[in-house]
Design a protein around this ligand. Structure first.
Ligand SMILES: Nc1ncnc2c1ncn2[C@@H]1O[C@H](COP(=O)(O)OP(=O)(O)OP(=O)(O)O)[C@@H](O)[C@H]1O
Ligand SMILES: [Mg+2]
Length: 369
């Protein structure tokens, strides 16, 4: 899947822009604040209708204007035109110039794997951030996953509010709670299975990618869940054991909403022991694993965006990561320091120079044989 060209109108610091991209590698460079991240963000928004930056849609609209538009042609087996228009009332999307009424019918048509400096939070932050990251990854592969997750969360809310009611009424047991718990276990087991399948797949690749980048073997992404290896009967026992605590706190202490993940390098937790560089390389190994899983399950590669990935990595790691790039994967790299990439002779690529929301120079480079 490739972006052939992109057109922006009043997007962030871009006034008007039409740009075509290289089918393999695009190196976007310029000073801090010039608009590099904004450009790759536009590709991301075109695919997913929202930004990866934790901001409201309105910030995407250029200051002092009232609407923005992103258009792009995506080439896969066929060529398809996508368009997203944002204004103060909301967003409208089109595919091949036809309006698409439901946003959910639009998203997930353009799969994108993105690295952004904030992704380090995947390791450093709380379990909920890690769950969120994995939820996004799985839902891009499996649309039904998000539905399961919504159903589970609704049920969890119901169970928690019923627990609070029980404390008020002085109940310690209830058939209705048993029904809710039973259902929660069923939904939870479903989600647990999907997470486990996904993480098993990640673990088929992640160690190998990490080793190719760093020379060190033994990276795994461990799945920590109270549901691991438990049958439904055993899970019911676990909920019974927790019942008094659940009632006292008015909340459910067991379930896939408490799941966590651990990046473990030869049994050391990277969260506590890993250097910044090691953490970054672990995340990038995860992203490259995601690309392969997509290819395996969907038959084609997503678009790869590496925003500011290389800023703190030593030259050897940069070179090792670039060696992982495949010609079938259209890749966008942003950097302030283009000299780091002076050894790109083995690639065909396009270099795009950005200044103040404008492309000031574009040049194509042929691979040196
Ligand atoms: N809605 C908006 N309207 C106008 N300008 C905006 C808007 N949102 C962001 N900007 C401007 O865009 C610029 C930031 O662009 P961007 O994040 O793409 O920079 P960058 O080239 O990636 O920089 P860095 O190297 O620091 O990551 C800032 O100057 C910011 O003020
Ligand atoms: Mg940036």
């Amino acid at each position: 899947m490739k972006v052939e060209f992109l057109q922006l109108y009043n997007f962030r610091n871009y006034n008007q822009l039409t740009i075509s991209f290289h089918s393999h590698l695009n190196l976007i460079y310029g000073k801090n604040g010039s608009g590099k991240t904004n450009l790759v963000e536009a590709i991301y928004v075109l695919g997913l209708t929202r930004s990866f930056r934790l901001v409201g849609d309105k910030t995407l609209i250029k200051d002092d204007t009232s609407m923005c538009k992103i258009m792009g042609r995506i080439v896969d087996k066929y060529s398809t035109d996508y368009q997203i228009l944002l204004n103060k009332e909301g967003k409208k999307v089109q595919i091949n110039h036809d309006k698409v009424a439901k946003i959910s019918d639009y998203i997930s048509k353009i799969p994108i794997v993105l690295f952004h400096p904030d992704d380090l939070r995947f390791i450093k932050d709380t379990p909920s951030t890690r769950r969120k990251n994995v939820n996004i990854s799985i839902s891009e592969l499996d649309l039904s996953y998000l539905r399961y997750l919504n159903d589970y969360n609704k049920l969890l809310k119901q169970r928690n509010s019923y627990l609070k009611q029980m404390i008020v009424n002085g109940n310690t047991s209830s058939n209705y709670l048993d029904v809710l718990t039973d259902k929660l276990i069923d939904y939870g087991m479903n989600i647990h299975l999907k997470r486990k399948e996904f993480l098993d797949l990640i673990n088929e690749y992640i160690g190998c990618f990490y080793e190719k980048i760093t020379g060190v073997s033994g990276l795994k992404l461990k799945y920590i869940s109270s549901y691991n290896d438990l049958s439904k009967e055993k899970l019911k026992d676990l909920y019974s054991k927790m019942l008094v605590k659940d009632i006292n706190f008015g909340k459910t202490h067991v379930g896939i909403h408490m799941d966590d993940l651990k990046f473990s390098l030869n049994d050391q937790d990277l969260k506590d022991y890993g250097s910044e560089g090691q953490q970054k390389n672990a995340i990038i190994a995860y992203k490259f694993s995601e690309l392969e899983i997509f290819k395996k399950m969907k038959g084609n590669y997503p678009i790869l965006i590496l925003d500011d990935l290389f800023s703190e990595l030593d030259l050897e790691k940069v070179q090792n990561i670039l060696k992982l790039l495949k010609e079938e994967v259209q890749t966008f790299i942003t950097t302030t320091d283009v000299t780091k990439f002076s050894f790109l002779e083995s690639f065909s690529y396009k270099q795009i120079h950005i200044q103040n929301g404008k492309v000031v120079e574009e040049s194509e480079h042929e691979r040196r044989k």
